[in-house]
Design a protein around this ligand. Structure first.
Ligand SMILES: Cc1cc2nc3c(=O)[nH]c(=O)nc-3n(C[C@H](O)[C@H](O)[C@H](O)COP(=O)(O)OP(=O)(O)OC[C@H]3O[C@@H](n4cnc5c(N)ncnc54)[C@H](O)[C@@H]3O)c2cc1C
Length: 559
């Protein structure tokens, strides 16, 4: 099954949800990028999806070898300049909107999710370096990261430091010449080692001697595999993990400073590493949310194709294909509606980020508020849609032959990494709810209510969200956290429902493909009539206190 890029939906969203014309006044360029990215991803990356899963990345003491064809495909990505789209112009980037780069990232993720991770993390490293690195570091390292000639990684996790990054122990000692000696072990490092490029630039969180405890004592370092003089740095990939999915993405245990001579350079200020890492993480969180959209799109396309072919039973006296049955249609339309809603939310957030970078403070606050929603809702959609796609295949979905199972396995990591979805929910009710004293959220909900196209359930959901939020602002931390996940889902559906209603309204006068317009109308209708009311049903869970959760002793869970 090949991948067919959803070019029409992508362009429609850029026009009507992102309002890309405000950000880039060149329709032809937008169309060329959207169409070209789709062709590239479908032609070069999608055919490698299966081999990436079956063969996977291989470790030896010499390094990590990617499956056949990956090196050439990566070269095509670099030569096509695909990684440079949103990169800084002063370092070889094209300075185009993030919303447009998001389309490219979505296509790459649909075509080959495991592989796309290396393309996702490098721009995130570029963001951290361009906002926090010294001019010298930027000059030395950014051009080849922007072009994709070198790749970047993100090193937070250690065995005892997962969600609690503040518990990390990797050390950085000043070497006396402006550089630092890095020593420690990191786990779960995506593309920590590979054979796609000559150099890998690791962004590593570490602790200086006598640094304050917790996240206030963490600094960020640039630690290259190959040093500027061409010699190898004292770091190595100890092993890679055997895991459920994304086999094309090597997940590495990294050892820094086995011989006490691993060199790194400080990015930003001492003990301010979390600020720099957050720049990187916010970019990566948006892209992980997008991965949910990517994998949902790929799985959904496959399910639609299968449902149109598989003959089973009869309907109205004639042999039926399974797409003729109401329950299969329900699954297919739900997949369409969820995928389109998560795409709309993600692109909208990218567009707000773009406006924020141009100095629009309200848009920047909105992007900040929406980022945990994009990450968690997008990836939850990815998991649900890939599961539905497998279900549509019946037993053939459960065997590996059709490829439906690979999408389920690949999608499953996305609610876990880049801050679990539970941590996203905590971020929403902890930091984001109180942005501008709660005004950022109030403005968002007011916009939804004012522009809900007369959709009573949607207006009701926005009112419910406002009531839960006001209650949470007055509640203690445990009570807020107890309802955080259902609240995150409610709010995500409210924003996505609003964007779906706006799209349906924008169809009036649409002169594109009538089948696309018909599907968009049906997907919006389904979402507003069936998904929005489900989210309203979460109000009780979002409003519940933590009382029942702590009414039992820990041991009772094992009873
Ligand atoms: C394939 C893969 C690739 C990865 N790539 C990278 C990478 O490139 N770089 C990197 O640094 N890391 C990477 N990671 C690590 C990943 O980010 C962590 O696994 C993730 O942050 C969760 O940490 P943990 O596994 O230690 O789980 P824990 O922190 O032990 O969490 C376990 C469970 O407890 C919950 N939990 C924990 N703390 C809280 C809390 N305070 N409130 C509510 N719930 C909580 C979590 O939501 C989760 O459900 C990767 C992991 C995998 C599996």
């Amino acid at each position: 099954m090949t991948y067919s890029p959803p070019v029409e939906d992508q362009k429609f969203l850029l026009d009507h949800v992102v309002a890309i014309a405000d950000l880039l006044d060149d329709r032809d360029l937008v169309a060329a990028i959207v169409e070209g990215a789709g062709q590239f991803a479908a032609g070069e990356f999608a055919p490698l999806n299966r081999i990436g899963d079956e063969t996977g990345a291989k470790w030896s003491s010499e390094g990590v070898t990617m499956p056949p064809g990956f090196k050439e495909a990566y070269r095509g990505y670099v030569e096509g300049g695909w990684g440079t789209l949103a990169g800084p112009t002063e370092h070889g980037g094209q300075g185009l909107p993030l919303a447009l780069a998001s389309v490219v990232m979505e296509d790459l993720g649909s075509a080959n999710m495991g592989f796309s991770l290396v393309m996702m993390l490098t721009p995130a490293a570029v963001e951290a370096l361009r906002h926090h690195g010294s001019p010298e570091l930027q000059q030395d390292w950014l051009p080849k990261l922007v072009s994709g000639e070198w790749t970047g990684t993100m090193n937070l996790t250690e065995p005892q430091a997962g969600s609690d990054v503040g518990a990390l122990k990797t050390r950085a000692d000043p070497a006396g010449d402006g550089s630092y000696k890095i020593k420690g072990q990191k786990i779960f490092i995506t593309f920590g080692e590979h054979d796609l490029t000559d150099n890998i630039v690791h962004l590593v969180l570490a602790r200086l001697p006598n640094a304050p405890r917790g996240t206030r004592g963490i600094s960020l370092f640039l630690v290259p595999k190959i040093l500027p003089d061409g010699t190898r740095n004292d770091l190595r990939c100890v092993s890679i993990e055997h895991k459920l999915g994304i086999h094309a993405s090597p997940t590495c245990v990294m050892a820094y400073g086995d011989h006490d001579s691993c060199t790194g350079w400080l990015i930003g200020e001492e003990n301010k590493g979390m600020a720099a890492m957050f720049t990187m993480m916010n970019n990566a969180r948006l892209n992980v949310g997008l991965q949910g959209v990517s994998i949902a799109e790929r799985a959904m396309q496959q399910a639609v194709a299968y449902a149109r072919e598989r003959v089973q039973g009869s309907r109205e006296g004639r042999p039926a294909r399974i797409i003729d049955f109401p329950d299969v249609r329900r699954m297919l339309l739900r997949m369409k509606a969820l995928t389109q809603s998560a795409r709309a939310l993600t692109y909208y957030c990218a567009g707000q980020t773009d406006r924020g970078s141009l100095g629009d403070e309200a848009a920047a606050a909105r992007a900040d508020l929406l980022t945990p929603l994009v990450k968690a809702y997008g990836t939850d959609v990815g998991v649900e849609v890939t599961n539905l796609a497998l279900q549509v295949h019946g037993g053939m979905g459960y065997v590996e032959e059709t490829g439906a199972a690979q999408h389920v396995r690949d999608a499953r990591i996305s609610p876990i990494y880049e801050g679990t979805n539970g941590i996203q929910a905590a971020d929403l009710v902890g930091r984001k709810l109180g942005l501008e004293g709660g005004e950022a959220l109030r403005r968002l909900l007011a916009d939804i209510r004012a522009d809900s196209g007369g959709e009573a359930e949607l207006t009701g959901l926005a009112v419910d969200c406002a009531a839960v939020a006001e209650r949470m602002l007055d509640a203690g931390p445990d009570d807020r956290l107890a309802g955080s996940y259902p609240f995150l889902t409610m709010l995500s559906v409210a924003v996505s429902g609003w964007l779906m209603a706006r799209q349906a309204a924008a169809l009036d006068g649409h002169d594109g493909d009538p089948a696309f317009a018909a599907m968009k109308r049906a997907a919006a209708r389904f979402y507003l009539d069936q998904v929005v009311p489900e989210a309203r049903g979460l109000k009780a869970a979002a409003s519940a206190s933590a009382e029942v959760l702590y009414s039992i002793d820990e041991a009772a869970f094992a009873a």
